[in-house]
Design a protein around this ligand. Sequence first.
Ligand SMILES: Cc1ncc(COP(=O)(O)O)c(C=O)c1O
Length: 349
Amino acid sequence: MLPKIHVDLKKYAHNVNYLTKELHERSISVMAVSKVYHGDQNIINVLNESDVDYIADSRIQNLQNMTTSKPRVLLRIPKLSETDDVVLHANISLNSEIGTIRKLNQSAKNMKCIHGIVLMFDIGDLREGIYYKEDYLSIVEEIYQLEHVRLEGIGTNLTCYGGVIPEEQTYDKLYSIKNNIENHLNIKLSLISGGNSSSLFLALNQKLPKFINNLRIGEALVLGRETAYGKALYYLFDDVFTLEAEIIEIKDKPSMPEGILGMDAFGKTVKFEDRGITTRAILSIGKQDVDANDLIPPQGVIILGCSSDHLIVQISKLEYQLGDTITFKMTYGGILSLMTSPYVEKSYE
Ligand SMILES: Cc1ncc(COP(=O)(O)O)c(C=O)c1O
């Protein structure tokens, strides 16, 4: 069935194994992030056979459905309403609310187990985490006294909401938090989770401060690039995931619509460029599956637009005919939406 997303498991394994080795050599453990592919078990199996230290996902359903013996980490701050499920399906969760941590403690007590907590700090990106200037020692003290949660360590997230690029000095704030907590409680925090694929630039160039001993990596594993500057890591594959869609119409048409122009199918006013008569193909995939801006066409193919079920591209007539398929690379957002679309077949090689 088309459209189809092809997952090259060997290429994914290469990316996973290469990066894990590089990070382990720098004493950095790896949480491999599986949310972009919906926790797909075929791909999780690659992680199962690798040396990654944890599997992390933002959705509890994905953690629940996967089979693995690696520790499972819930990346998104848990909902107060789901603490039982979190304790049941995740070994560790990232947290920033003491109210939720108290409830996780209660759920873990009911289940007679211990749940791991990574306390998140916001050092400037302004997404999740206790703001670094706030008083956090009383919170940490309380967590430390709860009997059914274990404070695994602290973490921070960067280059997400605020787009803050991690620099060596960015981490000074996290370093003082770590020291303050350790001195206050007279303990050693075992896990300092310093960020995501945007911290790879520092890590791979030996510039990540040594106190950071964990990164949570998603995009670099599937797209072979770091995300602080969007640079390709040339020794990794950028085409682990590709999309194949079928041409259902090929026609030569003018590039300018005729008549008075109003809104498109999504209520937006669209601008057109007059390229004269062009050969256009319609592919059987649309916004319901993926945003056209998240598709990267092969050379010679130009994306013109997209409605719910149709993707319109400009092609060379000599190269394609009706029924042929066109294969695209994708952005992270494209993989995310296509891997969760029930209309897109997934195939593995
Ligand atoms: C808290 C957290 N950490 C790490 C990641 C992984 O980020 P990236 O895909 O940039 O490596 C994400 C997003 O998936 C996240 O939400």
